[in-house]
Design a protein around this ligand. Structure first.
Ligand code: UT7
Length: 335
């Protein structure tokens, strides 16, 4: 539904935060672990290093809490005023209980209700959509949406096709009712369950509960058919973004920034090319972080916050496991 059709008003991002662990896993490190080269990884993915949360005692909640604390401290938010905390992740601390209530408690958001959302690399975008809807309906005034993933916990570091891509990190945004007419404008979200054969983690769910066999078969690590996922990602992110622009009467030249999920630099460039957007307008930080799954988009917003001006038009777009994908159009609401 278009934002202008909603009765409760428009939601706006009013603050951002982020966190990545100190420890780097470089291409040179990976050369020692699997049959790969720095040159191959750079040219095929654009990635130079990723951040890894090495401490086995620390999980995704640690990343999420750090990102939330960064946002809260930077913007002097009283956590008791937060109504809802949503954590988008595919690497929850535990299957049960969900990660968000723990994060909410740890940041002292005692008046919030909290839940996780699992939509892989589109999780943060889906989460923003849910939160924007809650604000628009007039139910809540302050919603924290966090994208966080400790991808290193589900990666098989002997699988060279997958381990080179992923890293750990978290980003967070605060959504509030817009006070200046700027904010969440429109969204186009889709999914296709047939994609689960091409990108999944099979073991430990109700279909294949954890067993000696699932361990032996390596079903507790992420699997992807990279080539197929690559093609779908380019086509769907570009199409979703173009549909949004068209139905809002906008052209490529009206967009100030494309904020694409960071899975592969070649996917990002191919998407921009398909949309006829110059790379100056396309935000990238994949070289330093790799693919942090639900955290890529909020980490971009965090890293490039200083570049945004009030009134800038941003298109956020993601594609990931499920398949899930989509795009959102928003007007940046503050300087
Ligand atoms: O964010 C969630 C969604 N995920 C994505 O969007 C990821 C999408 N896919 C990709 O980013 C890329 O497909 C990969 C980076 C995973 C792989 O790149 P590719 O250009 O599609 O490579 P490929 O799988 O077609 O493999 C090409 C060759 C193969 O060798 P042969 O069969 O041509 O001899 C692979 O065995 O490259 C080989 N290869 C490697 N060589 C050196 C695969 N991985 C590596 C590696 N180092 N790490």
């Amino acid at each position: 539904m278009h934002a202008s059709e909603r009765k409760g008003g428009k939601a706006a991002i009013t603050a951002v935060g982020g966190y990545v662990p100190e420890e780097r896993l470089t291409n040179q490190d990976l050369e020692q672990m699997v049959a790969t080269t720095d040159e191959w990884i750079r040219s095929r993915t654009g990635i130079e290093s990723r951040r890894i949360l090495k401490d086995p005692e620390k999980a995704t909640s640690y990343l999420a809490i750090k990102a939330a604390e960064n946002l809260i401290e930077k913007n002097q938010i009283d956590p008791l005023t937060i109504d809802m905390v949503l954590v988008a992740t595919i690497t929850p601390d535990l299957h049960v209980a969900s990660t968000a209530p723990y994060v909410a408690s740890q940041i002292n958001a005692q008046n919030a209700f909290a839940f996780d959302l699992q939509a892989a690399c589109s999780g943060f975008l889906y989460g923003l959509s849910v939160a924007a809807g809650k604000i628009a309906a007039g139910h809540y005034k302050k919603i924290l949406v966090i994208g966080a993933d400790k991808m290193s916990s589900i990666i098989d570091y002997s699988d060279r096709t997958t381990c080179i891509i992923f890293g750990d990190g978290a980003g967070a945004v605060l959504l509030e009712p817009s006070t200046n007419g700027m904010g969440w404008e429109d969204e186009y979200l889709r999914s296709n369950g047939m994609g689960r054969d091409l990108l999944h983690l099979k073991g430990g769910g109700s279909l294949h509960p954890a067993s000696q066999q699932t361990l032996e078969d390596g079903w507790h690590a992420l699997y992807q058919d990279g080539k197929s996922v690559f093609k779908h990602a380019v086509s769907e992110m570009a199409t979703a973004s173009e549909i949004l622009l068209e139905r809002n009467g906008l052209h490529q030249k009206d967009i100030d920034f494309l904020v694409p999920h960071q899975a592969n630099q070649r996917i990002i460039e191919a998407t921009a090319k398909k949309m006829d957007l110059p790379m100056e307008k396309v935000l990238c930080n994949i070289a330093d972080y790799g693919n942090t799954t639900a955290a890529t988009i909020p980490l971009l917003l965090h890293d490039f916050e200083c570049n945004f001006k009030k009134g800038d038009k941003l298109v956020l777009t993601a594609f990931g496991g499920g398949f899930t994908w989509g795009a959102a159009l928003l007007t940046w609401a503050y300087n």
